[in-house]
Design a protein around this ligand. Structure first.
Ligand SMILES: Nc1ncnc2c1ncn2[C@@H]1O[C@H](COP(=O)(O)OP(=O)(O)O)[C@@H](O)[C@H]1O
Ligand SMILES: Cc1cn([C@H]2C[C@H](O)[C@@H](COP(=O)(O)O)O2)c(=O)[nH]c1=O
Length: 661
């Protein structure tokens, strides 16, 4: 079976990721495509720029549609692989090959499919499918996908959804814009988040909070605080989420006055009992060098949990008050609270600063023994730090080698750091080798190693690392706005209802491959059968057994020229007498014609004709191998001889069957 020769379907598209501007997106996209592939002819049809189905109005007005359709014709004798080719083509149009899309009645329900994928935890597949179909989906579907991206922190995927909206010309409503804003703010892309924020007609508290939190998380605390004041001026009352961000910002900036003011607002709003807010407040006071106030907030808090306790313990740790750290930790335990991983990290860090090796070991072991918490790589690294700081490098090395997380770079990084104080160069080299193997592309690691070499005055090594870093700096990450758009689109498949050989509502190849379809008497009934809305969503229409449709020409010309559809037609070019079937009428309006060949049943050579083995003379006679056989020219011409041979074979077979019976 020959495959069809179609223009390339895959293109890398650069989508402006900041500003939604359909006209811009089109021009930049086509420009980019031209640069990537000089032979590429920009096809406006691929990028839907209008959110409404303009095809409806233009069609009804009788005007030419802006999208450009295509007609591809697959012809040949019976058994040549026409249906197989059509089927493969349709499948590749409707999915990217990795996903078995739900195709019912020959029509892919994209919204339903995407939601189902999302609900079954296959978010990435859903996004791939969304991008590959290049199709518009409804707000609800976009919302579900975006929400899942935010929840799973799949920010890059979220951006792909946004890019897809831009491509198909979907204008997000206020609700979706806020979702996008949250996504961008959380991912750290505050510029885009701000553009979206400015687009909001009425920014609500959620959008203000998302922006403030985004700035604070990104380390732009001042901007976050400024936005908080703007929000207050606009008349909004902050909630627990606002306060958490504000206290965090004040803690980092150590701006006690602003923190205290916000604390005053908090008291007025009576959200004082919130655990997360109180923890942030305690942290703020400690970081602003007011341990007394931090302690006061802690004592006054009516409700406490492990986070509140850990904030207090961590606060003491920040001030180097190792004794208080351990006291608070013990008090926490005695009051019946269970420490978590973070609490232990703070305690181990305090032990490191206090040079408390034995205590460190005790706390480290008690994690598993008393609390069933498996120490993570950071706890192991903290232990390495404790050992390293106290000069027990060999012990630290053995500990690293036997650690279950020995394949995590952080633990080797800790060993390099430890070596800086008391270490020997041999150990640095071993640790560095491992370190690079595990995380070669992290710039931070090179810096750590470079510093370690510098400690030992190994300037050659320092220079080598720096030049490596330079090269690394030149290597750019692929931009997230670059997406692969393989042209997978919504498809509908039609066949003639006359052909019920292998199934009523599916096209079936001679070797059993199937695909659901619309069995129609006349193509003119298609639009009405699937409904106008669904018709507009369909981008690719496959037609099998096209020779049986009398209105093939009219349908194809309208679908391609006016409605911008890609029509793929498969059918017999000639009948058993080699007279043309109606399929040939569409050759003048086709973009491509592929003539497939079968294998001659007599000699095995390429076959381009269909021989009818029986004596029936009507033109249309639906049947399979019992009546027809593909033949080469020679065996078509000597058809009568062939027919006789065929009859003889059939007779011999029935005789054999009879004698067996
Ligand atoms: N003589 C033959 N030549 C080629 N394929 C044949 C022949 N006889 C049976 N087949 C089978 O038919 C398949 C093609 O089926 P199909 O795509 O339905 O053809 P058509 O285009 O005629 O509908 C081939 O893959 C092969 O398995
Ligand atoms: C040659 C010839 C064929 N037909 C019918 C027979 C089959 O039902 C279809 C062709 O099926 P295929 O899967 O595309 O091979 O057409 C006919 O009615 N008249 C003919 O002359």
């Amino acid at each position: 079976m020959k495959s069809l020769m179609y223009p390339t379907r895959t293109a890398a598209i650069l989508i402006p990721n900041l500003v939604f501007n359909p006209s811009k997106s089109l021009s930049s996209t086509s420009k980019f495509l031209q640069v990537k592939n000089p032979n590429y002819l920009p096809q406006v049809r691929r990028l839907r720029l209008s959110s409404s189905y303009s095809s409806v109005s233009s069609e009804e007005n009788g005007r030419c549609h802006q999208k450009e359709g295509e007609i591809h014709v697959i012809v040949g004798p019976m058994f040549a692989g026409k249906t197989t080719t059509l089927l493969r083509r349709i499948k590749s149009e409707s999915s990217n090959g990795s996903f078995q899309a739900r195709v019912s009645n020959g029509f892919l329900n994209i919204d339903h499919t995407l939601k189902n994928l999302c609900f079954s935890g296959r978010l990435s597949e859903a996004i791939r499918l969304l991008c590959h179909t290049g199709h518009q989906v409804d707000s609800e579907t976009y919302s579900l996908l975006l929400q899942d991206c935010i929840f799973k922190t799949y920010y890059q995927n979220g951006r792909r959804i946004h890019s897809q909206m831009v491509i198909v010309g979907f204008v997000p409503n206020e609700y979706l814009t806020i979702k996008l804003l949250i996504l961008y703010a959380k991912s750290g892309d505050l510029i885009t988040a701000h553009i979206l924020f400015n687009k909001l007609i009425t920014p609500n508290l959620i959008s203000w909070n998302a922006m403030i939190a985004g700035y604070v998380q990104k380390g732009l605390e001042e901007k976050g605080l400024n936005l908080y004041y703007k929000m207050r001026q606009t008349g909004f009352t902050p909630d627990q989420f606002t306060f958490s961000s504000v206290f965090r910002a004040c803690a980092t900036l150590a701006t006690l006055e602003q923190g205290k003011q916000a604390h005053g607002v908090l008291i007025k709003t009576q959200i004082t009992g919130n655990l997360v807010v109180n923890s942030a407040l305690i942290d703020m006071y400690f970081k602003c060098s007011c341990p007394y106030d931090g302690h006061l907030v802690f004592n006054k808090a009516s409700d406490k949990n492990v986070i509140t306790w850990t904030s207090l313990i961590s606060g003491y740790g920040q001030h180097g008050r190792v004794k208080e750290v351990l006291e608070a930790f013990n008090r926490m335990i005695s009051e019946g609270f269970r420490p978590n991983k973070v609490t232990f990290l703070v305690v181990l860090s305090a032990c490191s600063h206090g040079g408390l090796v034995q205590e460190g070991w005790d706390y480290f072991h008690s994690m598993t023994k008393n609390y069933g918490i498996a120490p993570g790589e950071k706890h192991y690294a903290a232990m390495v730090d404790i050992l390293g700081r106290s000069g027990r490098l060999d012990e630290a090395f053995e500990f690293v080698k036997s650690a279950p997380c020995k394949d995590h770079p952080v633990i080797w990084g800790a060993l390099i750091q430890a070596c800086k104080v008391y270490g020997n160069m041999d150990m640095v080299k071993i640790a560095a080798k491992k370190y690079f193997e595990l995380e070669s592309d992290n710039v931070g690691k090179y810096v750590v190693l470079s510093n370690a070499y510098a400690t030992f005055s190994q300037w050659d090594n320092v220079a080598e690392i720096r030049s490596g870093l330079k090269e690394l700096g030149m290597k750019k990450e692929p931009g997230y706005s670059m997406i692969e758009l393989c042209m997978c689109r919504n498809v509908a498949v039609i066949k003639s209802s006359k052909d019920t050989r292998y199934g009523v509502d599916s096209i079936v190849t001679h070797d059993g491959e199937k695909l659901s379809c619309w069995p129609l008497e006349a193509l003119s009934s298609f639009k009405q059968r699937i409904g106008l809305d669904a018709y507009h969503k369909v981008e690719v229409i496959g037609i099998d057994e096209a020779q049986f449709f009398e209105d093939l020409y009219d349908f194809c010309i309208k679908a391609a020229d006016l409605d911008g559809k890609t029509v793929i037609v498969a059918g017999l070019d000639g009948d058993y007498l080699r007279r043309s079937f109606g399929v040939l009428d569409i050759i003048p309006i086709a973009d491509s014609v592929t003539k497939l060949k079968a294998r001659c049943e007599v000699c095995g050579k390429p076959a381009v004709f269909t021989l009818r083995k029986t004596e029936e003379t009507q033109r249309e006679l639906v049947a399979g191998a019992d009546v027809y056989m593909p033949v080469c020219r020679k065996h078509y011409v000597s058809g009568q001889v062939v027919k006789q041979v065929a009859r003889n074979v059939l007779e011999t077979q029935s005789l054999q069957c009879g004698s067996l019976l």
